[in-house]
Design a protein around this ligand. Structure first.
Ligand SMILES: C[S@@+](CC[C@H](N)C(=O)[O-])C[C@H]1O[C@@H](n2cnc3c(N)ncnc32)[C@H](O)[C@@H]1O
Length: 158
């Protein structure tokens, strides 16, 4: 199978840390990475930020790698990987959602984020906007070679 709503391109691990700092992810919070690739955001969220983290990934081979990465990092009890299309999975328990998809996919996801996430939940997107939302913060970070745009959004229901 080829790619689905976005191809597999992993986020640099230091950029992952910047995404989770931007989201102010706290111990015990719940993070969902939609399209979790090899699980690196989920694993770093659990290991370094002490969050409970869930990855949803359509590719079975990447789910297998994710479990392996979580095992190596010693965080199996704090993570979960779901082999599914993220459009079909309830994400309402998330305090923080991370995305590295495409602008067109984010646009399709926006109604789901608005419907399911609680007031105050944060969404961090690597590179791509969630139109027509306005980001609360924008950061440019470097991985030593390339720069990356990080966008922080906050759900407001009241
Ligand atoms: C650009 S990669 C990002 C991986 C990871 N989040 C990271 O930042 O390292 C996007 C991932 O989303 C997955 N994906 C695309 N559409 C999906 C869908 N509808 N449901 C679940 N996973 C999806 C792809 O297979 C790919 O692994």
């Amino acid at each position: 199978m080829g790619w689905y709503d976005a191809p597999f391109v992993p986020t640099d691990e230091n950029v992952v840390r910047e995404m989770l700092k931007l989201a102010e992810l706290r111990p015990g919070e719940v993070l969902y990475d939609l399209g979790s690739g090899d699980g690196r955001i989920v694993v770093i969220a659990a290991k370094e930020f002490k969050a409970r983290a869930v990855g949803i990934e359509v590719r079975k081979d990447l789910i297998k790698r994710s479990w392996e990465n979580a095992r190596k990092a010693g965080v199996l009890d704090m993570v979960r990987f779901v082999n599914a299309n993220f459009f079909h999975i309830d994400i309402s328990e998330a305090d923080v959602v991370t995305l590295f998809l495409l602008t067109s996919t984010n646009e399709k996801l926006r109604p789901k984020l608005e419907a399911e996430l609680r007031d105050g939940a944060r969404v961090v997107s690597h590179e791509f906007e969630i139109r027509p939302w306005k980001p609360e913060r924008m950061e440019i970070v470097s991985d030593g070679l390339n720069t990356h745009k990080l966008l922080l959004y906050r759900i407001k229901k009241r």
